[in-house]
Design a binder for this molecule. Structure first.
Ligand SMILES: C[S@@+](CC[C@H](N)C(=O)[O-])C[C@H]1O[C@@H](n2cnc3c(N)ncnc32)[C@H](O)[C@@H]1O
Length: 282
């Protein structure tokens, strides 16, 4: 692949952090955060759907009163959504600019706090243990070492606690976004340890551009994702694949009212969801 590259994790992470700091102010405009401020009961569609998937695995089918860690929380729209469903939430992200927006958004939420950290150092950065660890769309492509990521999650969970992830499907990320409704496999599906580098001044919402356009991402296959969670000692309780996305991956995608989908949605997976549990005896 011509965008495959060997890069040190610290260098790649710093380039990515600068890019996310730039995106924070753009997303402050494009994420519709006024709606969360004017309506204190508003919950994001992402969290509403994820809470529904998680409910059958929770003691009282609800996060009410539970401690939840939101990894890679970005500008906090999902973080405050969990708080509005009754959880006590800590959001973690490495982008101070993102957390600045998140803190303003959560100004009236005493049950929410935010911590700046690399997600690969999350265990050290956060205090205590959590009933639920949560991360969603657009998270793991920024991480090189999924084994270390999964060990952070396992160590954050209390025995019996649950991990929930919904993220972009690795099959989707291997496709060409500009190939029209019949996309070709253009990128690696399997991990090799090497990063893929991009130089894109745009972002996934709105027309704004960033100053730091160079980013590094790592493809992770479904097998690698599941094996890293299993190797960290978690038990997979639920797995699913979805046909819609919260952003327009390709100009060929169409808005369905429940997100963006390919014109023939049953041909290409868009998301995957895993719910995993730290065993009680661990
Ligand atoms: C696509 S966003 C997550 C979006 C989230 N699902 C939402 O819509 O709010 C990815 C987030 O991961 C964060 N991030 C990327 N690499 C990270 C790292 N190594 N440690 C902590 N946060 C990281 C970025 O700052 C960004 O806020």
């Amino acid at each position: 692949m011509d965008n495959d590259i060997d890069v040190a994790w610290e260098d790649a992470r710093e380039a990515n952090r600068l890019n996310w700091d730039d995106r924070a102010s753009l997303h402050e405009q494009s994420y519709g955060i006024e709606a969360y401020i004017s309506d204190p009961t508003r919950v994001s569609e992402q969290v509403r759907a994820d809470a529904g998937a998680l409910a059958p695995f929770l003691p009282h089918h609800s996060v009410e009163g539970l401690r939840l860690a939101h990894l890679q929380c970005h500008i906090g729209t999902d973080t405050i959504s969990w708080a509005r469903l009754g959880a006590q939430v800590t959001g973690l992200d490495f982008s101070e600019a993102s957390l600045g927006v998140a803190r303003r958004l959560a100004a009236h939420h005493d049950e929410v706090d935010f911590v700046q950290s690399d997600v690969l150092a999350a265990r050290e950065a956060l205090t205590g243990s959590f009933d639920v660890v949560y991360t969603s769309i657009g998270a793991i492509c920024w991480i090189d070492d999924l084994g270390r990521w999964a060990r952070q999650i396992a160590a954050l969970l209390r025995p019996g606690g649950l991990f929930h992830i919904q993220d972009g499907h690795p099959m989707l990320y291997a496709l060409g976004e500009d190939d029209g409704p019949d996309p070709r496999m253009r990128y690696r599906y399997f991990p090799t340890g090497r990063a893929q580098t991009w130089d894109d001044p745009g972002t996934y919402l709105g027309d704004g551009t960033v100053q730091h356009s160079r980013t590094y991402e790592w493809p992770h296959s479904l097998a690698e994702i599941m094996q890293s969670l299993l190797a960290a000692g978690l038990v997979i309780e639920h797995f699913d694949e979805g046909q819609t996305l919260p952003w327009r991956f390709s100009p060929a995608m169409v808005e369905t009212g429940q997100g963006w989908a390919w014109p023939t949605p049953d041909r290409i997976p868009c998301t995957f969801t895993i719910i995993a549990r730290r065993p009680k005896q661990s």
